[in-house]
Ligand binder design. Structure first.
Ligand SMILES: [Zn+2]
Length: 214
């Protein structure tokens, strides 16, 4: 299967019992691949390859939302590197312990600005669900990994509240810092949350609130 979610944003499929999406972010003949899921049936590497080969797309980047194993399975990442030897694997620094088996990793600390066919692709480090949370901003959309939205809480309780608030602030400032970028769509990488026409600032204001029960 392949499903278009927005201009240049395609869900290739969902993988493993955790149902993690693998995504193609495309512009002008080039693309990035988002998430390296574990899989039991069809391989995301084979499915992505079939699509990019059919359309003659150049794979420039391999990127990932956070280092939990359902999203970041090192052998899947390695297989993508082997299949697309000219691509660049770009990960937040916190991935290092889990990415030891991988070669040629480009690490960043806070922000990475990449370029797909002339269109910017931003990676923004902002931990809330995990210590490697990497938000992906492309063509007016944002992928927020496994963030719970509209609440300060998260499934993973290990990131302290002050760090979460700082991360939310960071995301709220980011569109201004890059000159007034308009984020109007939001997707989870599991492909179980799809929001269009969002008020990004308002949604993040709500996310600062520590709601009881959730
Ligand atoms: Zn997940």
């Amino acid at each position: 299967m392949i499903e278009q979610w927005s201009d240049g944003i395609y869900l290739v499929n969902r993988y493993s019992r955790y149902s993690v999406g693998c995504w193609i972010l495309y512009y002008n003949g080039e693309c990035a691949i988002l998430e390296f899921p574990q899989f039991d049936g069809a391989s995301p590497v084979d499915e992505v390859s079939a699509i990019v080969e059919q359309h003659g797309v150049n794979v420039r980047y391999l990127i990932c939302s956070h280092s939990h194993y359902d999203h970041f399975y090192p052998s899947t990442a390695s297989a993508f590197q082997d299949r697309f030897p000219h691509s660049h694997l770009v990960l937040q620094s916190g991935f290092r312990p889990r990415a030891r088996m991988l070669r040629d990793v480009h690490y960043f600390d806070d922000t990475a600005v990449l370029n797909i066919g002339g269109e910017p692709l931003y990676l923004v480090f902002a931990p809330k669900h995990s210590w490697t949370d990497t938000h992906v901003i492309f063509r007016g959309s944002i992928f927020t990994g496994d963030w719970a939205l509209g609440t300060l809480r998260s499934v993973n309780a290990f990131v302290p509240a002050n760090v979460k608030h700082a991360s939310i602030d960071r995301l709220q400032r980011f569109p201004h810092e890059i000159g007034g970028y308009h984020i109007h769509k939001l997707f989870s990488t599991h492909a179980n949350d799809r929001r269009e026409g969002i008020n990004f600032q308002h949604l993040l204001n709500e996310t600062h609130i520590d709601r009881k029960g959730w």
